[in-house]
Design a protein around this ligand. Structure first.
Ligand code: ZN
Length: 212
């Protein structure tokens, strides 16, 4: 946590102190609410974040296009005949979550940061599967940049939506909370099923080894 005025690191976890110990300026507004970077010059901050994200998405799409081309050409060129799909999936994650979401999430409060992080992670993970869809020869190299652009575009829109909400001090939506709870329950249920399945497999194996 840093002072919104002078950027000095503050020794606080959840809430900044009323005044900055370094510059002495107030970190609370008239209503006693925390003064955030968002409250100072929101339009400039929003424009800066917008331009950074747009620039990064364009560059990332080119990188992923090149990787996609190399991946498709791999079979024809023996030297680069390595499956680049893992590299593409890692780039897909890095270029969506780290380059696009992170600069926005830095301005979010704790709950919003956690909710948006997990929802965007799940979405990026879900979309990553589509990179393997390049089976049609001619369009194959275009699959990855298209999948990336769809992913980055969506998480970008999602984070811009929440930047506006954070600015207006509106909480995350009920729908997002519900979705996250359902997702957690599903993962737990899957895990439980897997445990039951592996135990029953172990049970089935036992008489066979005893008999043999
Ligand atoms: Zn300060």
């Amino acid at each position: 946590m840093r002072c919104t005025h002078c950027k000095t690191r503050l020794k606080a976890v959840f809430r900044p102190p009323p005044e900055c110990p370094a510059c002495g300026r107030s970190l609370r507004n008239e209503q006693g609410l925390d003064v955030r970077e968002l409250d100072r010059d929101f339009d400039t901050l929003k424009t800066e974040l917008h331009e950074t994200a747009l620039r990064r998405i364009k560059k990332s799409a080119i990188v992923i296009l090149v990787l996609g081309l190399l991946n498709s050409a791999g079979a024809a060129i023996p030297i680069v005949n390595v499956p680049l799909i893992i590299v593409i999936v890692i780039a897909h994650f890095f270029c969506s979550r780290f380059l696009v979401c992170a600069p926005y999430a830095k301005h979010f409060g704790f709950t919003r940061r956690v909710v948006t992080r997990w929802l965007s992670r799940m979405f990026v993970l879900f979309m990553a599967g589509f990179h393997t869809g390049g089976v049609v020869p001619v369009v194959a190299p275009l699959v990855s940049p298209v999948v990336y652009l769809a992913t980055a575009g969506t998480v970008w829109w999602y984070h811009r939506f929440h930047l506006e909400r954070e600015h207006r001090r509106e909480p995350v939506t009920i729908l997002e909370k519900l979705f996250l709870i359902v997702a957690v329950l599903l993962v737990l249920a899957l895990f439980a099923l897997l445990m039951i399945f592996s135990t029953s497999i172990a049970e089935l194996m036992r008489p066979a080894t005893d008999g043999g």
